[in-house]
Design a binder for this molecule. Structure first.
Ligand SMILES: Nc1ncnc2c1ncn2[C@@H]1O[C@H](COP(=O)(O)OP(=O)(O)O)[C@@H](O)[C@H]1O
Ligand SMILES: N[C@@H](CC(=O)OP(=O)(O)O)C(=O)O
Length: 397
């Protein structure tokens, strides 16, 4: 067993929604094990458990302590890991479950969006060598200095899977989903979206940064830097997959690959002489309130005010906005907006922003701002136009 290839599979919450689905996942894992693989399964919390735990926290406390919130949220994955492991035992396949800290996932000390600093999978290796399937709780780790439990940010189990695959030098990291793989748009919004069978890391990373909920953005960067072969596939379906590659054949086609969207973008305005002072005040405010940095999208300083455009998961954004009510120098600037992004292969063509703005205009949608990155055109629009904008821009593919 010691020299058999290792495969890491990650199962999202949707794949584990019912007891029957949990048994089906276990049966797929047992099958891989029978075929001679050493198998590590990373599991997320069942269905919408994490959302329900967040809701529960706020029913008990209007300002949940960030450490305790992490303690609470990590229980979701603990439920999944033990159930999958039990189902494997029933199939006669030896298995054991571990939390993130038992599996050696070492993070920094930031609650709610900790980053993985190191993975020391000593117990995982021992159990694999014993012939067991190892089932790991995704989305969580431990800070080695403080011994505190942390979470990696919403959707973070994908990053656990890639980090573990890198540390174990796995043959492959497979992300198992309810969709076939990465599509040209969210298939729940655009019914005729197409599966992207091959995708380069750079394009995928842009898509995820700009809101594609199909993968945790940080896992794409990690897979690229650690050289982890990454595949996305549907639960139970093997033929249709997205393979993520270093290079996809083609030159500067500028072909539009996908339309994705960030549902909620918020703006903070900070009284400040320049951008540096604006950021200093923002950093101090986050620290004083025990909050982690949101994902920043753009910022500018004019007329004595720094404006920061940002996103994060809804709970973190709400927590940040609530703290602004007590602040003298920081305030919420405007109502929430959304983004729609066109991600291109081989770089954005110069006229694409204009084309995209025209398509939106034709559908009665006025873009508020355009932010460019090497592979994406990103338009900021009113939140109520989000779905219509995604459907309209999909016509450019
Ligand atoms: N470009 C995209 N391609 C595929 N899925 C997308 C895309 N953008 C958003 N999604 C959404 O991402 C979700 C990912 O799959 P799912 O298995 O439901 O998630 P999880 O693994 O987190 O439980 C789908 O519900 C799909 O609607
Ligand atoms: N359960 C966590 C972590 C996670 O990765 O979930 P999923 O893989 O189901 O998106 C969340 O809901 O954020």
């Amino acid at each position: 067993m010691r020299n058999n290839p290792i495969i890491v599979q990650k199962y999202g919450g949707t794949c584990l929604e019912t007891p029957a689905k949990i048994r089906a996942v276990a049966s797929g894992l047992a099958d891989l094990h029978r075929r001679g693989y050493r198998v590590v399964a990373i599991v997320s919390a069942i269905g919408k458990t994490t959302d329900e735990l967040v809701k529960l926290a706020y029913q008990v406390s209007p300002h949940p302590n960030r450490r305790e919130l992490d303690m609470l949220l990590t229980t979701g994955e603990r439920i999944s890991m033990s159930l999958v492991s039990m189902a494997l035992s029933d199939l006669g396949t030896p298995a054991i479950s571990f939390t993130g800290s038992q599996a050696g996932v070492m993070t920094d000390d930031s609650h709610s969006s900790a980053r993985i600093l190191d993975v020391r999978p000593i117990r995982v290796r021992e159990e694999l060598d014993r012939g067991r399937i190892v089932v790991l709780a995704g989305f969580q780790g431990v800070n080695p200095a403080t011994k505190e439990i942390t979470t990696l940010g919403r959707g973070g189990s994908d990053t656990t899977a890639v980090a573990m695959a890198a540390a174990l030098k796995a043959e492959c990291c497979e992300i198992i989903k309810e969709v076939d793989g990465v599509c040209s748009a969210d298939p729940r919004i655009v019914a005729n979206s197409k599966l992207l069978r091959q995708l380069d890391f750079t394009s995928l990373s842009e898509m995820c940064f700009w809101g594609a909920k199909v993968l945790h953005c940080r896992c794409v960067e990690l897979a690229q830097s650690q050289n982890v072969p990454l595949v996305l596939k549907k639960l139970g379906g093997a033929e249709q997959t997205t393979q993520v590659m270093r290079e996809v054949i083609g030159m500067e086609s500028g072909k539009v690959l996908a339309v994705n969207s960030i549902t909620r973008i918020e703006h903070v305005e900070i009284d400040s002489a320049d951008l540096n002072q604006g950021f200093e005040k923002f950093a101090r405010h986050l620290k004083q309130n025990g909050l982690s940095w949101p994902q920043l999208l753009a910022s500018a300083c004019a007329g004595g005010k720094t404006r920061i455009m940002m996103t994060s998961d809804s709970e973190s954004l709400d927590a940040l906005l609530r703290t602004l009510e007590k602040s003298k120098d920081l305030r919420q600037q405007r109502e929430a907006l959304s983004s729609v992004s066109l991600t291109c292969f081989g770089g954005v063509s110069s006229d694409l922003p204009f084309k995209a703005i025209q398509v939106l205009q034709h559908h009665g949608i006025v873009a508020d701002k355009c932010v460019l990155s090497p592979h994406s055109v990103n338009l900021i629009i009113p939140a109520e136009n989000r779905e219509a904008a995604i459907k309209a821009l999909h016509s450019l593919i």
